[in-house]
Design a protein around this ligand. Sequence first.
Ligand code: HSE
Length: 303
Amino acid sequence: MEFRVRVPATSANLGPGFDAFALALPLLAEFDVRPGRGYEVRVEGHGDGVPSGSSNLVVIAARATAKAAKEQLQGLHVVQRSEIPIARGLGSSAAAIVAGCVAANEVLGRPLDRQSLLRTAAGVEGHADNVAAALFGGFTIAAPSPEGPVATSLEFPRAWRAVIFVPGRQLSTRQARRILPRRVARADAVFNLARTAIFVAAVLKKDGTLLRLAMHDRLHEPARLRLVPALDFIARAARAAGAFGAVLSGAGPAVLAIAPARLAPRVAAAMNAVAEEESWAGTAQVMRVRGIGAQARRHESTE
Ligand code: HSE
């Protein structure tokens, strides 16, 4: 029996919602999975440097899922193809982790529900924002709890688009987390917590004026500007072209703007133009937020 698991790319933080907010995007990673003896991963597409053995994230997540379900899993054979660029802040690791959790859960007869899969996936990833959007789709809010993270998903306004600028260069999340300050000033915490609440209100009320106020951060972007100085001019260009806001996508270096659909192509063009002027090569793409998260379907093997 073979399964095809499809998992969306994700953009986390969305400005003020550090480690809590994320959006699912229509770039997909696809995994053909069948139970086997031992673990084997073949990587096709965006896969430079992705390990094929036991340190592959699909394998680590599948094992963690079997352990969480207190089940035995003999092994998985995985063929992985992905449209998600690696180490850009678009959740390529989260997609692999969620795929491993969902695949193992299918093979084991679905012993775990989605919140348990979230806990397992977040345990492997280290934070819950990307894996929540990869599992649930839409706009997700993840929160820590004594039993592990919980998450909920809201529908994202249909008239809004994500405009994602993906630069040519990579940045490791580990490096982009190491640079963060250990303590934050109370004024900065208040600045962000008010904006996360306003962000949720903006989404529920489909109110762009509120979103414009919400898409600012003082907890992680100031430190990360040292690693991604281009954020400053790309975000300014996006706002000037009509975006509600523009922020670092996850840990970066990709930049996410949110714009009304009719202005989104202009926003993408403005991001591309300024990036070229400043010799920060990359490409902006207009995307609809993907309402659905990871899916597993039975699949006829072609091998
Ligand atoms: N919330 C995470 C961060 C997302 O900003 O470090 C990156 O995986």
